[in-house]
Design a protein around this ligand. Structure first.
Ligand code: ADP
Ligand code: MG
Length: 263
């Protein structure tokens, strides 16, 4: 008898601040999980489409997008495409998504659209283990859709002064989503990004985060590494662009930590 298919684990990568490492984490954690023999889908839910570009789907080549999937105007099979990274699939986005706030308006069930799309029976044919959702830098209707769709949230936290202060708004939103549409939403973990452990500021931020958030903070920290910022302009994950870089090592370690927690 065939093994019963498990539903994929859906993780939102969210933080309403821009430039904290959401997209970098979604791409490279996705690529690292995919190399551990997991089938991974990255859903680009940011109208800026950085994850799409970074994985080899340039704007002129994005015909079916996450917006079509969200609105039920495309099947998962139509929306999903391969990337430059093995075993890592992508639903790209375009700037059309920025109209979502307006267009969805007060439409009934507008926060449940992504949940419906990602949990529809046709998804099973893609045989996925993980779905990572790259959220926009805002707590708008798109991010709410991601939080409603997900089993857990992974929060990248940039290592800088006041990093923790920015988290309270996100935590409030997570609580609201739990009280309404998605009671079982968990925080997967907080990943410290762009860490330069040689500086006392970075050491302080890490100590504060571990003191305040305890075991929610991943043991793995993501160092500041120029390879991570170069890789997207080559339309590659850092694991493909420079597999021996500190950035690649860090995202492989983060994937290993995540997988170890699950067994
Ligand atoms: P977000 O998606 O939260 O807006 P990004 O992942 O796009 O953030 O990161 C913002 C910028 O910082 C990008 O130019 C990215 O290449 C760069 N970056 C992200 N993480 C690192 C890192 N660990 N080291 C160096 N540069 C990084
Ligand atoms: Mg981004």
């Amino acid at each position: 008898m065939a093994e019963p298919r498990r539903a994929p684990k859906i993780m939102a990568v969210a933080n309403q601040k821009g430039g904290v490492g959401k997209t970098t984490t979604a791409i490279n954690l996705g690529a690292a999980l995919a190399r551990r023999d997991r089938r991974v889908l990255l859903v680009d839910l940011d109208p800026q489409g950085n994850a799409s570009t970074g994985l080899g789907a340039p704007p002129e080549d994005r015909h079916v997008t996450s917006y079509d999937l969200l609105l039920g105007e495309a099947t998962p099979q139509e929306a999903v495409r391969e990337t430059t990274s093995p075993n890592l699939l992508l639903v790209p986005s375009t700037s059309d998504l920025s109209a979502a706030d307006l267009e969805l308006g007060q439409r009934q069930g507008r926060t449940q659209l992504l949940r419906g799309a990602l949990r529809q029976p046709l998804m099973a044919d893609l045989d996925l283990d993980y779905i990572l959702i790259d959220c926009p830098p805002s707590l708008n209707i798109l991010t709410i859709n991601a939080l409603v769709a997900a089993q857990s949230v992974l929060v990248p936290l940039q290592s800088e002064f006041f990093a923790l202060e920015g988290l309270s708004q996100l935590m409030l939103t997570i609580r609201e989503v739990r009280q309404t549409a998605n009671p079982s939403l968990r925080i997967e973990g907080v990943a410290l990004t762009m860490v330069d452990r040689r500086t006392s500021l970075a050491q302080q931020v890490e100590a504060d985060a571990r003191e305040n958030l305890g075991t929610l903070v991943f043991q793995t920290v993501i160092p500041r590494n120029v390879r991570l910022s170069e890789a997207p302009s080559h339309a590659q994950s850092v694991l493909d662009y420079d597999p021996s870089s500190a950035g690649a090592n860090a995202y492989r370690a983060l994937a290993a930590e995540l997988l170890a927690r699950e067994t």
